[in-house]
Design a protein around this ligand. Structure first.
Ligand code: SF4
Ligand code: SF4
Length: 304
């Protein structure tokens, strides 16, 4: 299987001067679409592959022009129930007209040339270590676009970092590795059933791909620390041993945070965070010590 190159892709955000998405100063591109549906996802706007409508209540001044603009009569004056999502056809007329950007289109098609122009603009700031990071969502879900971005970046001397869950066909992974300098692999759970329970898919292919990627390129491993899901001693130890088997000597633990809660509201979705007990410092230190006991270096929160 060879990846079909794609010269356009769907993007939610281009983050400039990022310092936590790989070494040095980086431009991080968030691609839309993810085969996983992690219950705790802090970027819910990146999971679906299509453009979505955001409504930000705090920006709405209540003028109500959007009520007349909407051809589907899906917009009302009630700020807490502004959009009837069942009627909305995602025409984005409200997003185009709203003077306060309370309505916004999330997800935009970019051409490869336009995106590379954005990435190249930042080249003077990358220094020896920086470059482009592809994140998401899952960049391997738009493999053809990811391949093209990395290929072009390497041609012009820009370093490439892939921030991935590792969920893609192994042939795709192998091909992308040819143009990848560093992999940031996020491991959710070591048990296949638990992985399926938390993300919607098991981890058999993911662990296989992790071995392929680690055999081809430098890898860093991170673990989202989710209370009462993957924070048991058994799972943390299994994750640490797996990382060691990949030749990785460092794990980054990212404790669950609830900063994505507003995003769920803006997408008209229920926030998942009430289902989780808050993590305290002791929980995080305990997890750190369990991983450390296996001889790994540990950082808490992405430290590059
Ligand atoms: S996207 Fe279109 S259909 Fe949906 S609420 Fe806005 S104007 Fe109405
Ligand atoms: S892999 Fe990442 S982007 Fe995809 S659902 Fe999970 S947390 Fe969200």
């Amino acid at each position: 299987m060879t990846i079909m190159p794609a010269n356009t892709g769907m993007i939610t955000e281009i983050k400039k001067f990022a310092t936590h998405d790989g070494p040095g100063i980086r431009t991080t591109v968030f691609l839309k679409g993810c085969p996983l549906h992690c219950a705790w996802c802090s970027n819910p706007e990146t999971i679906e592959t299509f453009s979505q409508l955001y409504f930000r209540p705090k920006r709405c001044k209540g003028f109500g022009a959007c009520v007349d603009i909407c051809p589907e009569k899906a917009v009302g004056m009630d700020i807490d129930a502004k959009v009837d999502r069942k009627k909305c056809t995602l025409c984005m007329k409200c997003a185009a007209e709203c003077p306060n950007s309370a309505f916004m289109q999330i997800g935009e098609i970019y051409s490869l040339s336009d995106l590379m122009r954005e990435i190249e603009k930042d080249k003077p700031f990358y220094g020896k270590e920086g470059g482009v990071t592809l994140s998401g969502g899952e960049p391997l879900f738009q493999a053809g676009f990811t391949l093209q971005i990395f290929k072009r970046s390497k041609e012009i001397g820009i370093s490439t970092v892939l921030d991935t869950s590792g969920c893609a066909a192994s042939e795709v992974v192998r091909e992308i590795m040819e143009y990848t300098d560093l992999i940031l692999l996020d491991i959710k759970h070591m048990d296949p059933q638990m992985h399926r329970q938390g993300t919607g898919v098991d981890n058999v292919l993911i662990l296989k791909n992790a071995r392929i990627m680690a055999s081809m390129r430098e890898m860093r491993v991170s673990l989202p620390l989710i209370p009462d899901y993957n924070d048991s001693e058994e799972n943390l130890s299994a994750t640490a041993e797996f990382a060691l088997s990949l030749g990785v000597d460092h794990i980054d633990i990212n404790p669950l945070h609830k900063l994505g809660a507003d995003k769920y509201t803006c997408l008209g979705l229920a926030s998942p965070y009430d289902a989780y007990r808050p993590l305290d410092k002791q929980d995080v230190m305990k997890a750190r010590d369990i991983v450390k006991a296996h001889g790994l270096k540990v950082t808490v929160g992405r430290m590059m």
